[in-house]
Design a protein around this ligand. Structure first.
Ligand code: MG
Length: 159
């Protein structure tokens, strides 16, 4: 039986931080602020996968008060979500993410992001969607105050 999950995440863009999205470090004047590496793409995907199996969310599994996750690569969170799917006898069918970022241009990095997500989840790269859009200069994304990510995951679980 196929189950779906949804995930959403946003982090502020600030000076003096690395910009990491989908495990790819993108050269940019600002980076995402957060306790871990603040990879909003991986965080949204982690919540989508956890949601599909009815599990708790990323903030419960990896609290930002826990020093273990300080500046941690968010691939760890996605790997744990995939492990929890396998523990239930499930299989990730596909995942898909949309990024909302005014700057920088995401397109040149999409192939590398897909490869990183596929590796973390242990699924073929053809089962991973990553797209990006600007916010047409509107709102906090449009003012380049932050970057948002929305994700869905489809998981085949035994009855
Ligand atoms: Mg986050």
């Amino acid at each position: 039986m196929v189950h779906v999950g949804i995930g959403y995440d946003v982090h502020p863009l600030v000076e003096g931080r690395r910009l990491v999205l989908g495990g790819v470090e993108i050269p940019h004047a600002k980076g995402l602020e957060g306790h871990s590496d603040a990879d909003a793409l991986m965080h949204a995907l982690t919540d989508a996968v956890l949601g599909a199996i009815g599990d708790v969310d990323i903030g419960h599994l990896f609290p930002n008060t826990d020093p273990s996750w300080k500046n941690a690569p968010s691939r760890i969170f996605l790997e744990e979500a995939a492990r929890r799917v396998r523990a239930k006898g499930g299989r990730i069918v596909n995942v898909d993410v949309s990024l909302a970022a005014e700057q920088p241009k995401i397109h040149p990095h999409i192939s590398a992001m897909k490869a990183n997500v596929a590796a973390a989840l242990g699924i073929p790269v053809g089962k991973v969607g990553v797209k990006a859009t600007t916010n047409e200069r509107m709102g906090f994304v449009g003012r380049e105050e932050g970057i948002a990510a929305m994700a869905v995951a489809s998981v085949d679980l035994p009855e």
